[in-house]
Design a protein. Structure first.
Length: 538
């Protein structure tokens, strides 16, 4: 076995099931082993941001590592933003970068793709990953790989591995995975008992579930826990899509002033708010209508549990959930009715509003079953909050554009299911072209492109700026040349018909270019903007 094969076997042993990538001369030997060994399937895309976003989505879907393989310098540095998104949103992404060999690194020449020094890339990636290693010695490579992949899985954060091209084919022992980190059972018991005591003493306990519940593969257990606790359940903004198929009474998503007033009131007046795997970010809590005193909450995230003013430092989320389940039992309480989402789109010649897209999608789900959603940043993500609670991958906190289309491809590669992609015209201009790779792999997403010829979210905050006006790129016309089917729709009847066509058109992507007026906003985005402006005293 050589170093590359040892790495590939270790990646698979740690749960990876695919590699997305773009090679380069420093990475050709590694990609050769990937392709010829067949240990993990390789999907090449067209631009490294798309590689990172696709791997991010695959990892979110499977709650396990996925791999983004790139060349040194131009390739790897092109992908930093996507890895930063994965770090911010706790995604176990493994970056594997080719690198110069020892001999060429020792010459007195500046190497192509080199920046300040040959260590610059490692330093840059150390800011967006939780662990790193350069595999320049086959004798130490197995232990380095085991350490870094253990960090990736146990912390659900991205990691970085650099593999110089001179060692790829060097003989190498197999990687022995590290044992799980020890957990103190007495600390877990004490913590679980204190959590349950606080919940039973509360008059309005509420459970809010967040991204880490998905990242650590705990949805089924948390679904059972919700039934044991018998308290209302909401998701955070980033946790949208969690418990989508659960029997627990998920009431909806907490969005502060921008969300359902009943859910906002339930969360903000709670005297026993249990935050499971919730990231304390401004997008999750920045628009609270009242100052949420999070110091009073019970917060389990990042392997620690904070109760009021004290912390249990080493309590993995899985250990806490198991301990809470062991100390509770199912209750016979009738689940609260989940929130009804808008549907029954009128099939008339009225212009389309963002909320109409939500109606059309919910009608589609009723007729053809729910599809997993991949959403970009923009009003399309706020519109998704009016769609049925189905699996959703989206950069809700890090909020980078360009995520939607590549994430949809990663979702289909990982799940084998046809995804629906929500993307604005500005974001599509960035990475929408990755759709050209669908025919190669038989992917067939349904893409809803919100074309308002605008950076509408920016206009909402700064309407006087003309730079928010975008040209009309007529995206639907380009679909056929990229191997798909494209249709532009301007009325609600056309929108409904296009989704019916999409349901019958499989094996190729279907791009539905939804024409929206500049200034047309989803109700959620309108409330979100008003809430933020009010908070800033605007
Ligand atoms: N560049 C990247 C990579 N991500 C970003 N989030 C931004 C810039 C800033 C930004 C937004 S929202 C937005 C930009 C440029 C406009 C999005 O336009 P479009 O995709 O057409 O969606 P919509 O028209 O629905 O707004 C956030 C606030 O940072
Ligand atoms: Mg737009």
């Amino acid at each position: 076995m050589n170093v590359a094969e040892a790495l590939l076997h270790a990646l698979r042993d740690h749960g990876a099931a695919e590699i997305f990538g773009i090679p380069g001369d420093f990475a050709l030997p590694f990609f050769k082993v990937v392709e010829e060994s067949g240990i993990l399937p390789l999907y090449t895309l067209s631009h490294e941001p798309g590689v990172g976003f696709a791997a991010d989505a695959a990892a979110r879907w499977r709650s396990a590592p996925s791999v983004a393989a790139v060349t040194y310098g131009a390739g790897a540095l092109n992908m930093v933003n996507a890895v930063a998104c994965a770090y911010a949103e706790r995604v176990p992404l493994v970056v594997v970068s080719g690198a110069p060999g020892a001999a060429e690194a020792g010459r007195r020449l500046l190497l192509h793709h080199q920046v300040k020094s040959l260590d610059s890339q490692m330093r840059i990636y150390s800011e967006v990953t939780c662990d790193q290693a350069r595999l320049d010695d086959p004798a130490t490579a197995p232990a380095e790989i085991a350490r870094v992949l253990h960090s990736c899985v146990s912390r659900s954060l991205p990691v970085y591995l650099e593999i110089p091209r001179s060692v790829v084919f060097e003989p190498c022992p197999a990687v022995a995975p590290r044992p799980p980190d020890p957990v103190d059972p007495e600390a877990v018991a004490a913590c679980a008992e204190e959590v349950l005591a606080r919940l039973s003493a509360a008059r309005w306990p509420v459970l809010m579930v967040g991204a880490e519940v998905r990242r650590f593969g705990l949805e089924e257990k948390v679904d059972r826990l919700a039934q044991h606790l018998g308290i209302p359940v909401v998701t955070s903004f980033m946790g949208r899509g969690l418990l989508a198929h659960s029997t627990a009474p998920v009431l909806g998503t907490y969005l502060g002033v921008a969300g359902d007033p009943e859910i906002t009131d339930l969360v903000e007046r709670s005297d026993g708010l249990l935050l499971l795997g919730v990231i304390l970010s401004d997008t999750n809590f920045g628009i609270s209508s009242r100052r949420l005193d999070l110091r009073r909450a019970i917060h389990a995230e990042h392997g620690a549990v904070t109760l009021g003013f004290h912390v249990y430092p080493h309590i993995p989320l899985r250990a806490l959930v198991d301990a809470l389940l062991a100390r509770t039992a199912p209750r016979a309480t009738a689940p609260a009715p989940p929130r009804e989402y808008p549907r029954y789109l009128p099939r008339d010649d009225q212009p389309i509003q963002p909320l109409d897209v939500a109606r059309a999608v919910n009608d589609f789900f009723d007729a053809h079953g729910r599809l997993p959603l991949a959403s970009d940043m923009g009003d399309c993500l706020f519109t998704a909050l009016d769609m049925d609670n189905t699996e959703l991958v989206a950069p809700g906190y890090y909020a980078t554009m360009g995520y939607g289309v590549p994430a949809g491809l990663g979702l289909q590669a990982a799940s084998g299911r046809r995804p629906m992609v929500l993307v604005g015209d500005g974001a599509f201009q960035m990475t929408g072209w990755e759709l050209g790779n669908c025919r190669r792999y038989g992917w067939d997403p349904i893409v809803l492109l919100f074309n308002n010829r605008s950076w509408e979210m920016l206009r909402a905050f700064q309407p006087e700026s003309a730079f928010n006006d975008l040209e009309d790129w007529h995206f639907a016309r380009l679909a056929q040349d990229l191997g798909g089917v494209g249709v532009r729709v301007s009325t609600r009847a056309e929108l409904a018909q296009s989704l019916e066509m999409a349901a019958e058109t499989t094996g190729r992507f279907v791009l539905i270019e939804v024409m929206l007026a500049r200034g047309a906003m989803s109700p959620t985005l309108a409330r979100y903007v008003a809430g933020l402006k009010a908070g800033r005293g605007q």
